[in-house]
Design a protein around this ligand. Structure first.
Ligand code: CAA
Length: 258
């Protein structure tokens, strides 16, 4: 299927999803977000896909929700459409891992979409921010919530209340991104990480993701109990037998994703 705002490339077990509205710095229009939802549905349903990578281009991951598309919205338009939530939260329901490869601007909804991914690898030129305050609105896709959990109250407050941008170094120090790589090597590095993950047991990677996400939604006691139950469940997998046998036999495991 062809998309107008997204390029989809399949590399072995990896889906590389490129936001592709370069003239608008990948502003996240309703059409683009619908296409992203469709791509994610397809990737989740395809057993050959183990990992998704979401990226933009060197200048912008995404410069936010499309300001031109929402400028004339009334309160009723926003309320009735449940604006932003409907097509935006598909990413948060992905069970397979999604890595954000961020170069250039990740602003407003762009920063929020990156934060909906499982982890962010940033190029040296990446810039993160929630500049909605300059437009007379507030972040609407998790900027006040996910950013605060990721980098703490003081920095999140400053970013949301002033619109100040963070460069890649500050974002790494604050815990927003897992690591920084040279801008011209971003895609190669992220695809390499994705390829390593794609070789691991797919159900175990999904279980690990589910457990880490639980940390955000439960008390420590509940989260630890959930982790222990899932940990016990891994012993039901052929991949656990293969992984441990391979270690003892000093060979590379050959997981069959069962
Ligand atoms: N929506 C629509 N179009 C956008 C856009 C956006 N969020 N960001 C950039 N563009 C468009 C510009 O209008 C411009 O188009 P034209 O050539 O047709 O005028 C084109 O992309 C290039 O942009 P600039 O000329 O502004 O490029 P620059 O290099 O001078 O500046 C920038 C780059 C600092 C990122 C600047 O474009 C900018 O500030 N963009 C807006 C960032 C922003 O406010 N994002 C939040 C949006 S609201 C939101 O996301 C709500 C939410 O929580 C979901």
């Amino acid at each position: 299927m062809d998309y107008n705002n997204i390029l989809l490339e399949i590399h072995d077990n990896i889906a590389l999803i490129k936001l592709n509205r370069p003239k608008a710095l990948n502003a996240l229009s309703p059409e683009l977000m619908q296409e992203l939802t469709d791509v994610l549905d397809r990737c989740e349903a395809d057993p050959a896909i183990h990992v998704m990578v979401l990226t933009g281009n060197e200048k912008a991951f995404a410069a936010g929700a499309d300001i031109k598309a929402m400028k004339d919205f009334s309160y009723m338009d926003a309320y009735k459409q449940n604006f932003i939530t409907r097509d935006w939260e598909r990413l948060t329901r992905c069970r397979k891992p999604v890595i954000a490869a961020v170069a250039g601007y990740a602003l407003g909804g762009g920063c929020e979409v990156a934060m909906m991914c499982d982890f962010i690898i940033a190029a040296e030129n990446a810039k993160f921010g929630q500049p909605e305050i300059n437009l007379g609105i507030i972040p609407g896709a998790g900027g006040t919530q996910r950013l605060t959990r990721l980098i703490g109250k003081s920095k999140a407050m400053e970013m949301c209340l002033t619109g100040r941008l963070m460069d890649a170094q500050e974002a790494e120090r604050a815990g927003l991104v897992s690591r920084i790589v040279p801008t011209d090597k971003l895609l190669a590095e992220v695809m390499n990480t994705a390829a390593q993950m794609a070789k691991l047991s797919q159900p175990v990677v999904m279980m690990a993701k589910e457990c880490v996400n639980r940390a955000y939604e439960s008390s420590l006691t509940e989260g630890l109990l959930f982790e222990r139950r899932v940990f016990h469940a891994t012993f039901a997998l052929e991949d656990q037998k293969e992984g441990m046998s391979a270690f003892i036999e000093k060979r590379t495991p050959n997981f069959n994703h069962q």
